[in-house]
Design a protein around this ligand. Structure first.
Ligand code: AMO
Length: 433
């Protein structure tokens, strides 16, 4: 049985017998002295074997070991100022649990140097690097912090279907699947279902969910399978009530990331915690600002990737903030369920972080007549939405919500590409591993 993780072994344990399990990270043979560096989930520990002192059988086993083999070492802790962290183990027993083949498909001892495709093709190996697993420990922390915050605020976690019969965000980005004798798709969003939960009287729901998006993008910020927090809140006054939850949720997630000192040190990153409330600018102010910086966007057009990037720089330089809301978008650019502000504008918002959209949301339409009008305006067939529209005829409270991309917030927190913060990313070219 494991008695210690590597990191827990310190000079104070001098003389104690310990049992550690892990991978052979490095092996050095200096003739009379043989060193092993064992890596486990928490870090490294040096094993030092000496001819004349260490049992001959153990020395022979060490000779046969290949890098990345899985082993057990039982031995005595020795405080030694020359060893890494001032401590090493003199082995008394070694068990080669599973010998690794060589050569290795990827060198775990090197800092990130292989290209991203080689790394992703050998992801299990890539993830053995402490600076890579650090990304996923941070990810774990921010997801947990998000959940904790939402639960504390009275949200109920739901699981909506991922096999659906009709689109929620418009029809073009759906992956069709074969579903017996029917047409079906992978869900691009829990949108319609989380809204239906408002009619069901759940008041506040969230889902840690997957979006499947058949978008043709091939960029550092888009994937075809996305993780997100999807949130919906009833009895709101307007979109500002939703934005308050989103800015608090984001801050809690960032605080959790900032608390991962060991991981951030490995990644050489600092995280700046924003102040609440976040800066808010309108879409119109946004295109005015962009125009001043030489980026022309026609009113009613989406702010493209370049525009988003420039805006991120403007917000940093002029408003001293990395995170900001853009609100009051033109109505007709937003999905059918978005509440109008007036004839021209909507109650939709996006959350930008260092020049990338990490979340979008809105107050929703809760009146059946208006919703039907907007569905028709978007050239969608109301018959396909009957199961959803029905909820609006029998007591639907005012409501709103958002989707917060977990992959997006991670990539922006750590200034990495989206493929690096997802275990097994799915993009146009990658379906395995
Ligand atoms: P939207 O489509 O803007 O809104 O998605 C919400 C958030 O999900 C993330 N995201 C993506 N991340 C990586 N790759 C993609 N292809 C991708 N698509 C989306 C982004 C984005 O801000 N139903 C609405 C949300 C709502 O109003 O509640 C929706 O899905 O971070």
């Amino acid at each position: 049985m494991r008695t210690h993780y590597s990191e827990d072994i310190n000079p104070e344990l001098d003389g104690k017998t310990v049992e550690v399990y892990g991978w052979v990270h490095e092996k050095r043979d200096l003739g009379r002295l043989k060193f092993l560096i064992i890596r486990d989930r928490e870090g490294f520990i040096q094993i030092t074997a000496k001819k004349g002192i260490t049992d001959e059988n153990i020395l022979k086993k060490i000779d046969k070991l290949t890098r990345e083999s899985v082993i057990m070492i039982k031995g005595i802790v020795i405080g030694n100022p020359k060893a890494p962290r001032g401590v090493e183990i003199n082995p008394e027993a070694i068990d080669i649990i599973n010998r690794a083949d060589s050569p290795l498909p990827l060198d775990v001892t090197k800092k990130v140097c292989a290209d991203i495709d080689t790394r992703l093709n050998n992801r299990f190996m890539d993830l053995r690097k402490p600076e890579i697993s650090a990304i996923f420990r941070i990810r774990n922390k921010i997801i947990n912090a998000g959940r904790r915050y939402l639960l504390k605020e009275g949200f109920i976690e739901i699981n909506s279907p991922k096999i659906i019969a009709s689109a929620s965000e418009g029809g073009t980005d759906l992956f069709p699947i074969s579903y017996f004798d029917k047409e079906a798709f992978l869900a691009q969003s829990p949108q319609l279902y989380k809204q239906m939960m408002m009619a069901a009287g759940f008041d506040r729901v969230y889902e840690t969910t997957t979006y499947f998006r058949a978008e043709e993008h091939d960029t550092r910020r888009h994937l075809n399978e996305v993780s997100a927090f999807d949130v919906e809140i009833a009895f709101i006054r307007d979109e500002e009530d939703v934005m308050k939850i989103l800015e608090n949720l984001t801050t809690k997630m960032m605080e959790a990331a900032a608390s991962c000192e060991k991981e951030l040190k490995l990644l050489n990153k600092d995280i700046k915690i924003p102040e609440v409330p976040f800066e808010r600018i309108t879409y119109d102010e946004c295109i005015e600002l962009l125009k001043k910086y030489g980026k022309k966007i026609e009113w009613g057009e989406d702010i493209d990737t370049e525009g988003e990037k420039i805006l991120g720089n403007i917000m940093r330089d002029r408003f001293d903030t990395e995170i900001y809301f853009i609100k009051r978008y033109p109505l007709n650019t937003k999905p059918f369920y978005t509440m109008p502000y007036d004839d021209k504008y909507s109650r939709a918002f996006d959350l930008g972080y260092k020049g990338v959209e990490i979340s979008s949301g809105s107050q929703r339409i809760h009146k059946h007549k208006l919703l039907l009008e907007r569905i028709k305006f978007h050239n969608l067939n109301p018959e396909n939405f009957e199961f959803y529209l029905k909820c609006f005829r029998y007591g639907m409270p005012p409501h709103g919500g958002f989707g917060l991309g977990i992959d997006r917030i991670m990539m922006q927190l750590l200034d990495l590409s989206i493929r690096e913060v997802v275990l097994f990313p799915r993009d146009r070219h990658r379906l395995t591993p």
